[in-house]
Design a protein around this ligand. Sequence first.
Ligand SMILES: [Zn+2]
Length: 566
Amino acid sequence: MSFFDKKIFKWSGWDKVLMHLWVAALVVPNVILSITEPMGVWAKLANVILPCGVYGLLVTLVARVRLTAILLFPLVFFAAFQLVLLYLYGNSIIAVDMLLNLVTTNVSEASELLAGIMPSVFGVVILYVPLMVWGIYALCKHDPLPPAYLRRQAWKWGGNTLLGVALTAAAYAFEPGYTVLDDMYPCNVGYNIYLAIDRTAKTSARAEAAKGFTFYAESSRDPELREAHVMVIGETSRAANFSIYGYDRPTSPLLEKEPGLVAFSRALSQSNTTHKSVPMLLTAVGADDFDGIYHQKGILTAYKEAGYHTVFLSNQKFNRSLIDELAFEADECVFINEDDSVADHHYDSDLLPLIGEALASDHPKVFVVCHTYGSHFDYFDRYPRSQAVFSPDGPGTATPGQRDVLINEYDNTIRGVDAFLHSVVDSLRAERPVSSMLYTSDHGEDIFDDRRARFLHASPTPTFHQLYVPFFVWASDSLAAVEPNMRANLSDNKDKDIETSVSAFYTMLSLGGIVTPHFEDGCSVADSALRVPVRKYLNDHNQAVPLLEALPDTADRKLIHHFNIR
Ligand SMILES: [Zn+2]
């Protein structure tokens, strides 16, 4: 063997190793998901063996044209993304909501999150970058592997694939509900990308599809009666941290003393993501009929049709989701964080002067929707230092060891919600005797509460704390005089089951005296006959699943029992 032949042998020897390393690296997410996902043994085996065979065939195929590093890059990208998510949430594949959150999250939210996932980003860089570099080096410098060797590899991986197909057939036969599109990585990620694109297209087409929609809404009250109603949509505030619900720290002292305020104790959100929950609060749709959102309008249009001057105020940024579209139905729409002429750090309290202006206006009837930033992480940034009640309050890092500090910060944000709502009620009382306020949060939050060490919200699988939210209704004395049964009804319903995603919209219609053929009896908490809902959760594929199916973990079941939720 000449020196030249030896060198060729050496190259091709290493390139053969490289081929196998590619297959091994690509199959890492499959192996981890077979441990983290609750599935039977046939599904676990199928989900590793079949993709492994297909990766092997792909690597062999692209090795023929020596473009491994380039053609397999999409698979590397999703493997890396998947491993980061597994590190962050402990389980679950890349979800549709996760993909949509990528385009609906603003830069500051994303960078706050990124800081928490740096160790996993470092890990995937170590795993995949050397392979990419080696692959590109081999492409530029080495000869192709011998065709006979590649043929043998194709036979080997083909056999592996056939075994995988047989195991997949067994999973379909013996494991109810198993589907490749839902359960096998990376097919499920591909399917989720398709769904995310489909949902984005439907969102873009919504304006046109909803154009002719009308509520045929009217006011049941005197058109000249000066009245105002305010709907406050909170962010990431969980009910369990409000003292008005029994939390052992004084987090909501002002609301507790507020006459006319009713705190509903069994309210759950049907979604743990902002971009789905807020649109459900603003429209008639709930988990059961979520797709209806793509061809109907929201609460601001109903009020507008009934003769109200409507105002939407937000302390969040534009996020190109349905929230923006529903917000722009208002006569006036202000996103204070999108106004470059004002200093860049806006607390929710900066919305108060704008509410005051709307209430003081000449319009006889005013309806204001306020979208706050509430208790969103980073908690420490949500309130001025002068309003820190619980300390030490950080800034804490997102680790279980810092839970006490994070809870202090989080409870300070709840004090902020308490003060904000108190101020709204004060303004209403001063400006508009006939008035009301409804407050709920889009979803809750995990703060390293149990052995699972879950943190934040919008994870592919929810937890109890991500869904258990506050729901308050305040009605003024003068409104109670106009609607004689309202206060008694609110009070009678306060410990009944509520799905905020359904009740917020209908309750808001009742408070404003809005009459429409779209009204559903039994859905407003101001109704005398409040219907007991069947608890549902809107999952990642926008299907309504029974709540207990969405919360199978014993830690969540204990909380459901503890907070007396049915
Ligand atoms: Zn949210």
